[in-house]
Design a binder for this molecule. Sequence first.
Ligand SMILES: [Cu+2]
Length: 260
Amino acid sequence: MAVVSGLKSPEVLVPFLGLLYLVLVFLYVMISTNFAPFSLIFVPFMVLFLASAYGVWRRKKIGYVGSTVVSGVFLVLEGTQIFEALGAVTIPGEFFSVLTAFPVLLAIFVYSVLGLRRVWGKTTASTPVRMIPASSLVVLLILGFIIGGAVVGSIAASTETRLLSSSGGGDITIVQGAGSQNNPQFYSPSSFTVKAGTTVTWVNHDGTAHTVTSKGSSLFDSGNILTGGSFSYTFTHAGTYQYYCTIHPWMTGMVVVTAA
Ligand SMILES: [Cu+2]
């Protein structure tokens, strides 16, 4: 009886299901980006999340310690890098996963702390067991959605501002949604003709980072061009120069350089 009620308690179910959900979100991002190099940073986290979920399910101290630490660290990071990284990925369902990540993390963290206190107190049998009512969980999730929505909204707004402030100036535009394979266009124009000695400038008008990298040679490589950022290269010799994006290899374009 004690075991059954233990398995059903929210201190087990909330962190366990929450961690599994986030692992699925990571997996979704990885698959959606065709396992792009940057998405592989999720792999160690996925292992950590799965290990914590297993530990929580078995009601192990170490499981709750892991669950508390990973959710706590992610909550802190999410306002800054993780949110930016996830939010920068142009994939279908991106908004939903970013929006849900925050309340889920918050719920995992709170219930992990509670579970940790409970598991820790297991040796002292007299410790009274306090359960949180289900209504508190609902309030917690709603609160998380509001905070998550505000963060996503402000990131979207700042991205918009950066996009607007960087409008114009470039010869070739990296168009919005270029990271998605289904986008009709990536670099606009996809073929650009100049005379030798001309400096060509690419401007990134997409919400995610891209690169401009020469194909089959190491002639030029922009590195990550962030939203609103630009990259310039001067073509000195006539020829046809194919280039692509190392993050999204399906993004290709070319510059045709004619004799001066
Ligand atoms: Cu790209």
